[in-house]
Design a protein around this ligand. Sequence first.
Ligand code: ADP
Length: 403
Amino acid sequence: MDSILVVNAGSSSVKFQVFAVDGDGRLRRQFKGQMDGIGSRPRLRASGANGDAVADRAYPIEAVPDVPAAMTVASAWLRDEVRMTPMAVGHRVVHGGPDYDRPVAVDHAVVARLERFAALAPLHQPHNLAPIKSILANFPALPQVVCFDTAFHRNHPDVADVYAIPHRLHEEGVRRYGFHGLSYEYIARKLPEVAPEVAQGRVVVAHLGSGASMCALRGGRSIESTLGFTALDGLPMGTRPGQLDPGVVLYLMLAKGMTPAEVQDFLYKDCGLKGLSGVSNDMRELQTSSDPRALFAIEYFVYRVGLYAGMLAAALQGMDAFVFTAGIGENSASVRARIADRLGWLGVAVDPLANSSHALKISQAASRVPVYVVPTDEERMIAEHTLSVLLTKRSNARRERAS
Ligand code: ADP
């Protein structure tokens, strides 16, 4: 049976999923796994379609020193033990820069263009590209497709896309891109099924995970996002600060003598919920902590989601529905309840029972704005894109041969 391998590579982990392609072109998830602790305590874990563990094994550090090595180990496991040889590999790549507004098939030229955007996503892009380069070198005939977190936002109106800086910088690519696009695209595709009455309307989606952002959808398309040039803007995240006066960065460098590399590390790794609380970057730990700084970090997060909901409602000139998704949005009833409280003025009224049972629709019948919890599935989106790029490529090749 044909299958598609989806790869999401980060700095210390490579997550993967395998989807079987059924005869009617439908995708069925078969395996989900990850190699984490790369370069420290490598460990491969995987589970089957029913969630049962099918692998859990540790490796010596020298066997998995980096992302390409992790990819090699995971591929060997899939090939030798699961007996799976994918028809194509789909990758998540954080930054498509100004060039890419849709997924594309990988070749050396695409990789070279994507490497140019590494400075815009320094902690993600090089790791996203590492397995692509390693597959290109070792299995050049295996089709690969790259799917971008920025692509879904590429049709923003200019007023949403531009910074108030001289235009030549915009031309160079210094613009507001927005991220988590694969998640928002999945939600936009799912809404006609779960909430047909609002799917074509003005919807604010809150993707609240370790990385967090919000997106304004009109007619299923993104028109505004809280993230911008890099994945640092907007909401506070696990370890990133969210919106910050650029003067703070100048202060860190000029008054505190921090180097650009130190500031970069600081902004990506030491701020957000972790920096605010001094306890953890993980919402679950903050919720069980009695440290007042942990409570404050949650209050700050909730307050900021409320502020940005107002901003996105202004961009949409109203709000017909609100959607929660990702780790915090899908699982934390208490954070959802507190955010919903702040959205009362916009017409939101949550039903406490529906909310605590994580129902699909958590608003009261009388709520002017319905509120939904829709689990996201970025990997399925990548698998769907990969299959569709592959099928288009094949039919183009057939047409060319016939002409
Ligand atoms: P990412 O994919 O960006 O790593 P996730 O979407 O998995 O992030 O979200 C991770 C966040 O979700 C963490 O802050 C985690 O604490 C939070 N989270 C997961 N489950 C719960 C829960 N039951 N209650 C509160 N927060 C949760």
